[in-house]
Design a binder for this molecule. Structure first.
Ligand SMILES: *[C@@H]1O[C@H](CO)[C@@H](O)[C@H](O)[C@H]1NC(C)=O
Length: 432
């Protein structure tokens, strides 16, 4: 009997360690978009045959240091009951694990509350004790900590991504590099938080994962060797290395796999992955994050005409018609802008596309401004091929898998080439 149990445990463990996890982030705020960019639960179905995990973004921390719904009127049964509409998909996709993520940069009121939980053990206990019941009530299989640790560059304005731009232009951007005076305390507090949560969740077989947000210095806060024992996997948001918020006047590759000339190798996918492995984190628990959206800047008449990055720019590119976020476009939005035979005729303001045969930096597209009528645009984007190259990298490095931010920004209706979720679909196929 004992032998049987041991054998069973070994099989279960080896399944879990298999390097083929596909983690699909779902940003529930996508339900508030208008038109074809609006995602409802039934739109998610086609992607669940590719995903091993679906992570619901996001939950927040309330004023009593407890986990809570970010948007009660959407998430909870007193509103649209979206938590349970999503976890109910388990019935048809029993192989997929459904996790709830807290933070993620979406929890905007009182930016300091995440630090307070790390600094104070009674605050920490409040949070930890609130988690299990909350997950179970909404039928989640685990918790993802997209903890809002202090950022390397701090926003000058605390408004949401969108409202900064709709508001006054001069509040734009990030102040320069920011030093966390309590970094040691935050690092130790984060490790304790993870250890306490693991104890709390273990008996119920609930999963515990963590996500490293872009713009957070992982080597400062993630004690790789200690965390590795406690968490099931870590998701690296290895992108947004360049963005119009950080670098308004210079457009460049936002999520390069390897460095090109004159760039810092640390701010690449490979640099981030290596840093975790060198600090003792097991590679099979590292999940490589891939963006499904483009990062865009506005080009001006001063920008060089070749389009080759780095290139002079002037803040974020125009918002997309569906996503309405300056400096970002969904894959569906960007593919409709690429100069190709299908798009010709529909749209005069197309982007010239430049591919990445060296599989190093990712693709980009651009158009120069033309008088007052056409605004210049430079877009660093992930397409199915570049996502596939990253999946192949994850496989070659024996990583635990890949993760996507997020499913609503992939082409979930299949308008680009008839395939729904072309980025996730292609990348998943390159992983196995
Ligand atoms: C990140 O933190 C490490 C110390 O843990 C420090 O040496 C490094 O300079 C930091 N990097 C950035 C970009 O702030």
């Amino acid at each position: 009997m004992l032998k049987l149990i041991v054998a069973f445990a070994a099989v279960a463990a080896s399944n879990f360690a298999a390097a083929n996890r596909v983690v699909c982030y779902y940003d529930s705020r996508s339900i508030h978009r208008e038109g074809p960019g609006r995602m409802i639960p039934s739109d998610i179905d086609p992607v669940l045959s590719y995903c091993t995990h679906l992570i619901y973004g996001y939950a927040k921390i309330d004023s009593h240091q407890k986990i809570a719904a970010l948007d009660e009127s959407l998430d909870l049964s007193s509103g649209k009951d979206n938590y349970r509409a999503i976890t109910a998909l388990k019935k048809r996709f029993p192989q997929v694990k459904f996790l709830l993520s807290v933070g993620g940069g979406a929890d905007l009121d009182d930016a300091d509350k995440y630090n307070k939980i790390l600094e104070d053990s009674s605050n920490r206990a409040q949070f930890v004790h609130s988690v299990k019941a909350f997950l179970k009530r909404n039928d989640f299989d685990g918790l993802d900590l997209s903890w809002q640790l202090p950022e390397i560059y701090k926003k000058k304005d605390r408004g949401t991504f969108g409202s900064i731009w709709h508001g006054v232009k001069k509040t734009f951007g990030y102040a320069h590099s920011h030093k966390d005076e309590k970094a040691d305390e935050h690092r130790e507090g984060f490790t304790k938080l993870v250890q306490d949560l693991r104890k709390e969740l273990r008996d119920d077989n609930l999963l515990l994962t963590a996500t490293v947000l872009s713009n957070v210095n992982a080597s400062m806060y993630f004690e790789a060797d200690k965390l590795a024992k406690e968490i099931d996997q870590i998701h690296l948001k290895a992108f947004d290395f360049k963005s119009p918020q950080k670098d308004p006047n210079e457009a460049d590759y936002s999520a390069a796999l390897f460095p090109s000339e004159q760039r810092d190798p640390f701010f690449t996918v490979d640099g981030q992955v290596r840093s975790f492995i060198e600090r003792g984190f097991p590679s099979n628990k590292i999940i490589l994050g891939i963006p499904t959206y483009a990062v865009t800047w506005k080009l001006t008449s001063e920008s060089k005409i070749s389009g080759v990055p780095p290139i002079q720019a002037e803040g974020p590119g125009e918002e997309g018609p569906q996503t309405k976020s300056p400096g970002r476009l969904s894959y569906a939005e960007v593919c409709s802008l690429i100069d190709n035979p299908i798009n010709k005729g529909n749209n005069k303001h197309l982007l010239r596309r430049v591919n990445d045969p060296a599989k190093k930096s990712g693709s980009y597209g651009f158009r120069l401004p033309d008088g007052d009528s056409i605004e210049g645009l430079w877009a660093s984007f992930t397409d199915p091929d570049t996502a596939g190259d990253k999946a192949a990298y994850a496989k070659a490095k024996s990583l635990g898998g890949i993760a996507f931010w997020d499913i609503s920004l992939d082409d979930f209706r299949g308008v680009c080439n008839g395939v729904k979720y072309p980025i996730i679909h292609t990348a998943k196929n390159r992983l196995v």
